[in-house]
Structures are given as C-alpha cells and as structure tokens.
Design a binder for this molecule. Structure first.
Ligand code: PEP
Length: 239
C-alpha cells in the first residue's frame, strides 16, 4: 500500500465517463508532476491498464468497485481484480454514484472494507446538498456519512476522505476558503480516529483557485473533476 505520509499533497483526477486512447496518450505525454506530490488518475475501468507510468508520484485509481468479491454478478469488477491489476486507489461513494446509482452509506462501507482488505486505498467521498447546507445541516450530514461509511479496518494510513459539497461539483461554485478550512477541521475532530486522515477538497477546483484551497491548513489536496480533463489546467493545479 502507498505510504500517504510521503507526500506533501494529494491530487486526484476524476475523469468520470470521459477519455479515449488518443486522449490518454496525449495526456500522459504532457502530464508534469512535482516530485513532492502524489497524483492519482481515475479513468473509466476499461482504460486503467493503459495508465501505467514509471513516475514514482503518479498512480492509477478506479472510479468504483463491486461490493462482491466473486460470483454471478455480471458486469462487476472486484477489489481483488483491481489489486491484481496493481490499482492503488479507488473512489467510493462519489455523489454521482450516490444519486444516480442509489448508493448508500452501507454500500460505501462494504466497498471500502473490501478495498482496504486488498491493500487499495479507498477515497471515500462525503458532502452535503445545497438544501442541506441552507438548512445548516452540513455538519450533521457529514457526521452521519462518516459514521456509516467508514469501515472498521480503516485508518489514516489506508483511507482518504474527500469532502465534496454536492452543490459545488461541476457548478463553478465553491464554499469560501474559511468554510472549507472549517469543515475540514470539523471532520478531523469528529473523532480522534480522524485526526490524521488525509482530507481532500473537491468541487469546482480549477487552476485559478487550487493554490488558495490547497494552502489551507486542513486541506491535504484536491479531487478534481472537470478541470482534470484539460491536462494543461491539471498541470497547473498539481504544480
Ligand atoms: C468530482 O467529480 O469529484 C468533482 C469535484 O467535479 P468538478 O471538479 O468538476 O466539480
């Protein structure tokens, strides 16, 4: 398993359902990585094996995994299969999966348990909707999501938490820097167990705001969707 403490910051590109072979070849030719950071590219599963590189700071991540380990589950990919293919990270509980595929905290927990069991680092995504934020429910929602989606075998060395306010994903909106820092500090202090977890921020991170967000005391890196599809933008974000 990757030693997360070796890196100054962690940046994860979530390509979602985008990319093709030509895109990948060009992307990997242009990707430029600062040796202090950990950079993870999460592509659609079919391309994972094409993303290999000998750069010690560049890793590959899946965007989802099955809750099952093996059997009659057509279309699924297990944690063990990801391990076999030397995948180091996997997003779990992204808000798009929670909303569009009805993924619940319990499912996130089970997937994360299996990933950790197979020495793959789950990047567990949590975050509130705009409606919840407006009702001042952000913190209670985060507590509920964390309590129910972090498995027993999780610790700060084998799990990453990504705080992604749902209303900020793909909208160009972000919380203020103070709000981000405050929520990250809140997460780290919900339980002593979380004190040393790496906590990434995600939601409309781009070249023009990433340095400010990433310099916040309680932010350990960023999860980037849309802006990670433009390698020149992503290079600026991770520099
Ligand atoms: C995401 O998909 O996790 C994400 C943060 O998207 P975007 O950067 O486009 O808001």
């Amino acid at each position: 398993m990757i030693n997360l403490t070796n890196f100054l910051s962690i940046f994860i590109a979530n390509w979602k359902l985008n990319g093709n072979i030509e895109f990948i070849n060009e992307y990997y030719q242009k990707l430029s990585i600062n040796s202090k950071n950990c950079v993870v590219v999460c592509s659609p599963s079919i391309f994972l094996n094409r993303l290999k590189s000998d750069n010690n700071n560049l890793f590959t991540g899946a965007q989802d995994v099955s809750i099952y380990n093996e059997g009659a589950y057509t279309g699924e990919i297990s944690s063990k299969m990801l391990l076999d293919e030397k995948i180091d990270f996997c997003l779990v509980g992204h808000s798009e999966r929670r909303k569009l595929f009805n993924e619940k905290n319990e499912t996130v927990k089970k997937k994360s348990f299996n990933l950790i069991d197979n020495t793959i680092i789950p990047v567990i995504c949590i975050g509130e909707t705009l409606e919840q934020k407006e009702k001042n429910l952000t913190k209670s929602i985060l507590v509920e999501q964390l309590q129910n989606s972090i498995p027993e075998n999780s610790n700060f060395q084998n799990t990453i938490i990504a705080y992604e306010p749902i209303w900020a994903i793909g909208t160009g909106l972000t919380p203020s820097l103070n709000e981000i820092n405050d929520v990250h500090s809140f997460i780290k202090n919900i339980d002593n167990k979380f004190n040393n977890y790496k906590i990434l921020y995600g939601g409309s991170v781009k070249a023009s705001n990433s340095a400010d967000i990433n310099s916040l005391k309680n932010v350990d890196g960023c999860l980037v969707g849309g802006a990670s599809l433009k390698v020149d933008q992503f290079n600026k974000i991770i520099s």
